[in-house]
Structure formats: C-alpha cells, structure tokens
Design a protein around this ligand. Structure first.
Ligand code: 1HE
Length: 261
C-alpha cells in the first residue's frame, strides 16, 4: 500500500522546493490519498520556498486520475473528489509562489490538468499529452475544462477529447500548452533553473503575477485595466521595489540582456 509519505517526495534545494510525484509503478496515477499528499507538499513549499518544481519519478509525469479507484466511486463521492482536485490545484495556480512542471513521458488526463495549474511548463522530447476521457467514458474533472481550454483553446481541447489526439512536446508547444521544450532528460535541469530565476524576483511581484493575471483575464478590459493600476501601484509601494529601483538607478542591478548581442 502506498502511504502519503511515499506518494510525494519533497526536498528543499536552496529557495526551491522539489515536489516529486512518486507512484511510478502506476505511472503516477492520482488517487484520493495522492491528491492530499500533493496538497501537503504544495502547502509546505509555499511556507518555506520561493519557487517550486513538480516532476514525476520514473519515465512519466502523470497518467491522470487513478481509474481503479474512480471506477468504484458513487456519484456524490466523484463530485466531492473533483471539487477537491479543484481546491488543491487552485492552491497551485493562485498560491503565493510560482510552480514549474518538469514534464517527461505521459501528461495525460488529470496529469495534463495538474500541469495546466502551474505557471510554467517545461517538457522534454519524451513528453506527450492526451485527454482520453472520451475513450474512458468520463470527463475532465481536475480543472481542465477551464485551465487547459484557456491554455490551448477550447476547440483544440475538444479535438483532443473527441478524437483521442496525442500531442508530442513540440505540438503542445505550438499550441501554447508548454513554454519550453528541451532534449530528453533535460526537463528537470531547465525547470530548476527557471525556478531559481523566479525565486530571485520580488516576492510581492511574483504574488501579483500569479494572482492578478488569471483574475484579470476573467475581467472585462475596463475592469482589468483598473485592477492593473491598483496592483501596479501597490507593488511600487513595497520596500523591495524601492530597493530594486534604486539599485537600477545606481547601476548596481543586472541589465536586460540583448539576445542578439
Ligand atoms: C493506471 C493508470 C491510471 C496506468 N489509473 N492505473 N488516464 C488514462 O486514461 C491513462 C491510462 N494510462 C495509460 O494510457 C498508460 O498507462 C500510459 C501511456 C500512461 C503509460 O503506459 P505504460 O505502457 O508505460 O504503462 P502501463 O503498462 O499501461 O501501466 C502500468 C501500470 O500502471 C498498470 O498497472 P499494473 O497493475 O497492470 O502494473 C496500469 O494499470 C497502471 N496505470 N495509468 C490507474 N490512470 C480528475 S478527472 C481526470 C480524468 C482523467 O485523468 S482520465 C485519464 C486517465
């Protein structure tokens, strides 16, 4: 029997938490107990790290919902289970620190939904993405109809669900589903480097990016612009902003690097 301690590994590496999905024998399929272990690791990361990476032990990121456990569930238990995934994944999408997913192998069904809840997705060339819910006679229940639809567009998501289309990493990148594609075996290194980079940002700005951007995306343009002015003005009031702006003006800060130079 998998225990919650073994289902998810946790390591703090400097300012960056490494959260490992650790049920490789079942391709990291997410059971009820597993989703709670993800929750605990996410909460711990938010309490002590400045950024985090979520990855899968073994060859695969995550094969989605534990279909063995799900097939036994009465209706109302299934509803409560889906709502729990929403709450846990919402804690990632709209928490206090940025998360990166390092994706290898399958990011399928709920695995893609988990990946869609983080701020940055890195896939290596072994990664593939699918939504086989149509084949299984179920539906996305981990927030995919909102998050994946917004990431790649509802028509493309509908295509994946209706036809069983499987995307390679490069195709997922072309559709906006991942932000970085790296050679086989390099996802973790890239994800950690990005997390370390984000950990050097002003904490309030990271919080504002994580929490304001998805909310503003749900607003009208007029409301969004107003909310943006409020968040921008608040950010400027922090000591962090004052220190960082002064450092730039005194030529102590790193400049933006011209990639063509
Ligand atoms: C599982 C699961 C699972 C593997 N639940 N047990 N997700 C899916 O429909 C994906 C189903 N899985 C697969 O298509 C394949 O397993 C993979 C492509 C991910 C990997 O293939 P492979 O050849 O490496 O592994 P395998 O031999 O298929 O699986 C190894 C074991 O993991 C096997 O168990 P065993 O006891 O026979 O060794 C599989 O049964 C088990 N396994 N995936 C339970 N998902 C909140 S709603 C979200 C809705 C969804 O996520 S729907 C999509 C579900």
């Amino acid at each position: 029997m998998d225990t919650s301690e073994t289902l998810v590994t946790y390591e703090l590496q400097g300012n960056v938490a490494l959260i490992g999905l650790n049920r490789p024998a079942k391709r990291n399929a997410i059971s009820d107990r597993f989703v709670e272990a993800i929750h605990d690791a996410v909460q711990r990361a938010q309490s002590e790290a400045k950024a985090a990476v979520i990855f899968g032990h073994g060859k695969h990121f995550c094969a989605g919902l534990d279909l063995a456990e799900h097939s036994e569930k009465p209706l109302f238990e299934a509803v409560k289970g889906s709502r729990r995934w929403h709450a846990v994944f919402d804690g990632i999408e709209r928490g206090t620190i940025p998360f990166v997913a390092a994706i290898t192998g399958a990011a399928v069904g709920g695995g893609f939904e988990l990946a869609a809840s983080v701020q940055i997705r890195v896939a290596d060339e072994t990664a593939f993405f699918a939504l086989p819910e149509g084949q299984r006679g179920i539906f996305v229940g981990g927030g995919g109809s909102v998050r994946i639809a917004r990431l790649i567009g509802a028509p493309r998501m509908g295509d994946m669900m209706l036809t069983g289309r499987v995307l390679k990493a490069s195709e997922a990148e072309a559709w906006g589903g991942v932000s970085y594609v790296v050679p086989e075996g390099a996802a973790m290194e890239k994800a950690v480097a990005l997390a370390q980079q984000m950990a050097t940002n002003a904490e309030f700005t990271n919080y504002a990016i994580i929490n304001a951007l998805p909310r503003i995306a749900d607003m009208s343009s007029e409301d969004g612009l107003f909310a943006e002015s409020m968040v921008a003005s608040l950010a400027t009031m922090t000591d962090d902003a004052k220190d960082r702006l002064r450092a730039f003006l005194e030529k102590r800060a790193v400049k933006v690097q011209d990639p063509n130079a």
